[in-house]
Structures are given as C-alpha cells and as structure tokens.
Ligand binder design. Structure first.
Ligand SMILES: Cc1cc2nc3c(=O)[nH]c(=O)nc-3n(C[C@H](O)[C@H](O)[C@H](O)COP(=O)(O)OP(=O)(O)OC[C@H]3O[C@@H](n4cnc5c(N)ncnc54)[C@H](O)[C@@H]3O)c2cc1C
Length: 394
C-alpha cells in the first residue's frame, strides 16, 4: 500500500505540473492542438515506469488489482487528458483487456502490442441506431461465413474513438437461431478493410469532438474479414462484452469521481474568491456551503461504494459483483451530474463559458447516465435482486 501511495503521489504531481497546463489550449482548440505536447508527456510517463498502469507486469504495466487501479483512475480523471497520457483511456483499456484474455498469439501481435505501445487506437462498435442499446442482445449487424471469411453487414453508432482508429471490435450476429446470449460474436476489423465506412462523427451537445473524444456512426457493406478476425469463439460475443463491462464500470466511475473532486475544488476556490460585495465572498452564503458539504459527502460515499465493488470484483469476479456494479453505475453518474451542476451554478455565467473545464465536462459527461447502460436499467438490476426474496420476479 505504501508503494501505491507513492505511485499516486507521483501521478498527482505529474498531472498538476505537466498535464493541467495543457488544459487551456485543449479547451480552446481541441485535442489535436495539444496532441504533440501530450505525446511528449506520454514518453515521460513511459520513462517514469507508469505507462499503461492497468496492465500486468509482463505486458509492461504495474500489475495492479482493480481496487488499486481504481485509486489511480480517480487521480487521472481529474484532468480530461489524464487517462490518455497514461494510455488507459476508454475504449482502448477495455479492448486491451479482452485482447489479453481472448486474443490468439497473432491477434495479440497485430492489435494488442501496438495498442499497448500507444502507436494506434481502437474502438468498440456494438450499439445500433435502429435498436435499443439497453437491450444489447437485439441487433441487426450480421457476420455470415463465406468460405474462409466472414462478411459483415450492418450499421453502428456512438462508436467512441472511431475517428482515427486503426481497428474496431465489432459485435455481429453469427447465429440468429442460437440462444439469445449465444447469437453474437466479436470481430477485429481493421478500419481500412473495404466495406468499412466511417460515416460521420455525431455532433453531441454542440460538439463533434475528435479522436478519442468523439462518437461515430459506422456502416459495414459486405465487409469481408478472414476467419482469424474472430475474437474468442463463435457465440462468445456477450460473454466477452460482460467481462469488458465489469472492470470498465470501475474505470469510468472512478474517473467520474476524479472529475467530481476537481469540480468540488473549483467550487470551493471560486466561492472563496468571488465577492458579492467588498469583503463578502460567495462562500459566506449558506446555500453555497450546503452545495459544498453535500458534494463532499456524495463524492466520498460514491468513492467508498466503487472501491467496495472493485474489491468484490477482485475477490469473486464481475458476475458475483453484478449488483454492486449496477449500483455504482447509476449512483456515481448521479453524483457527477449533480456536482457539476452545482459547480456551474456557483461560477454563475463564468461556469457556462469554455474558460473552465466545467462546461466541457457538463457536455461530455451528461452521457454518463446513458452509456454502459442507462440509469433505469441498472436500477432495475438492483431492485430485481432486492425484490427476489419477496417472491417478486421481474
Ligand atoms: C457518450 C456515449 C458514448 C458511447 N460509446 C459507445 C461505444 O463506444 N460503443 C457502443 O457500442 N455504444 C456506445 N454508446 C451507446 C450506449 O451504450 C447506448 O446509448 C446505451 O446502451 C443506451 O442505448 P440507447 O441509446 O439505444 O437507448 P435506449 O435503449 O433506446 O433507451 C432509451 C431510454 O429508455 C430508458 N430505458 C431503457 N431501458 C429501460 C428499462 N429497462 N427500464 C426503464 N427505462 C428504460 C432509459 O431512460 C434510456 O435512456 C455510447 C453512448 C454515449 C451516450
């Protein structure tokens, strides 16, 4: 644990001294404007031995448990560039995990190795505009066997980071007659494969975004990939997706706690310095004090809930922690959105400008209550579990 505390302090210092100074330019001109400096920081992170910290040591990572990595994810989440600079940003982190667990030696060499080195980025295409993403077993994209190939046809959207991605992990139906959770499989599709179309980056809350901070619409037109593009076995798609989502929700929720913590600190700082009249700071107002105290309590409660869920996943696996995972997903998303809203309110009109991170996060993180399963789906998982002993089957 002492080691972990040392690592956390090292990362806190690095974020403060090297990453946060890039934020003003990032907010003004977007990710591409700071990419060259961010690449230099990536090199420094490698030299510090903190690169891709989620990975096992044999892959160059720190070999942390999920509970330990959760602490890092909070610190990295305090800056929108934190996870990227350390090469543990979504969706690459999840794709690295499933490739590590299910990839063949050839798949690991072709996709995982350059991903780990930070030479390429990837995306994960599951959700389709024509079907409710909340019911992930319902999809139309198909992969039909044809000799030594699969031919993929379909339509996806909200594929995060497809812009500039080298390959996509694509969920497609391989056996429509199979049991619901055995119908789909995952494929590794290089984005230069004929028939792969990047249609557009979807404008969200007034912003198309770019690179890993964007969400795209994709089409597959007779997109032919070799049999070796199959990840795991045919029909394994949902099993692998579930494995990806368990730890993924720890990563996201701890990142949200990092954001909430930074927003709280911004709230305190602004309340202390903004004067309503000479010598009368905003912080003297009880309403503002209430927002600060409520945010502090909610963030700490959220942090402890996530760490508890992470410890349970470490000890017993994602399946056993299903209720805890759903609980943190909607609870922390709610905390994040409330804290950001309060922080903006405290900043007044300034909070709406793009001169602080608050409006960026407000735009980008409203989705927290929707992606990886909307709040309502996760609440029903928790309620179903609690109601079962009372004879209610939902
Ligand atoms: C920022 C962002 C990034 C994303 N990144 C990716 C990605 O990289 N790859 C990918 O494949 N997908 C991605 N998604 C898609 C995401 O997973 C889906 O948006 C999500 O699963 C919800 O599906 P949907 O949008 O089709 O909403 P729907 O399923 O149509 O649901 C609409 C609304 O109905 C309500 N609802 C749904 N189910 C229930 C229920 N059981 N009970 C009560 N109410 C319910 C909820 O309020 C929900 O918001 C992303 C989405 C966002 C917003």
């Amino acid at each position: 644990m002492t080691d972990l505390q040392d690592i956390l302090q090292q990362i806190r210092d690095f974020i403060q001294e090297s990453v946060i100074p890039l934020e003003a330019q990032f907010l003004k001109a977007g990710f591409s404007a700071v990419r060259p400096q961010a690449l230099t920081l990536r090199q420094q992170v490698k030299e510090m031995g903190l690169w891709a910290p989620h990975l096992p040591p044999e892959m160059g990572g720190l070999g942390l448990s999920l509970h330990e990595f959760a602490h890092l994810s909070e610190v990295l989440g305090t800056s929108p560039l934190g996870h990227w600079v350390f090469n543990c940003q979504a969706p690459d982190i999840g794709n690295m995990e499933i490739l590590h667990l299910h990839g063949t030696a050839a798949q690991k060499e072709r996709y995982l190795a350059p991903l780990v080195r930070g030479e390429i980025h990837s995306c994960f295409a599951m959700t389709e505009p024509e079907h409710a993403g909340s019911n992930p077993v319902w999809m139309s994209t198909t992969a039909v066997r044809d000799g030594g190939s699969y031919v993929i046809n379909g339509h996806k959207w909200f594929t995060t980071a497809a812009d500039g991605a080298a390959f996509a992990v694509v969920m497609a139906i391989t056996d429509p007659e199979a049991a619901r959770h055995r119908r789909a499989s995952m494929f590794l599709v290089p984005t230069d494969t004929p028939g792969y179309e990047h249609v557009r980056r979807i404008p969200i809350m007034g912003e198309e975004g770019e690179d890993y901070l964007s969400h795209s619409e994709l089409r597959f037109h007779d997109c032919r990939v070799p049999r070796s593009a199959l990840l795991g076995q045919e029909g394994d798609g949902f099993v692998i997706a579930q494995q990806r989502l368990g730890p993924g929700r720890i990563h996201h929720t701890m990142r949200w706690i990092g954001i909430s913590q930074r927003a709280l600190e911004m709230m305190c700082q602004y309340a202390a310095q903004r004067e309503l009249a000479p010598g009368e700071p905003l912080a003297r107002k009880q309403t503002v004090q209430n927002w600060i105290a409520e945010s502090q309590a909610e963030i700490q409660a959220a942090r402890l809930l996530v760490l508890d869920a992470a410890a349970k996943i470490d000890a017993r696996g994602s399946k056993a922690a299903r209720v805890e995972i759903s609980q943190i997903k909607f609870f922390v998303a709610g905390v994040l959105n409330r804290v950001l809203d309060r922080a903006i309110q405290v900043h007044g009109g300034y909070g709406l400008t793009d001169y602080t991170l608050l409006s960026f996060w407000f735009r980008h993180e409203r989705g927290a209550r929707i992606y990886d399963g909307p709040d309502e789906v996760h609440k029903s998982v928790v309620a179903r579990h609690l109601l079962r002993p009372y004879g209610v089957r939902i």
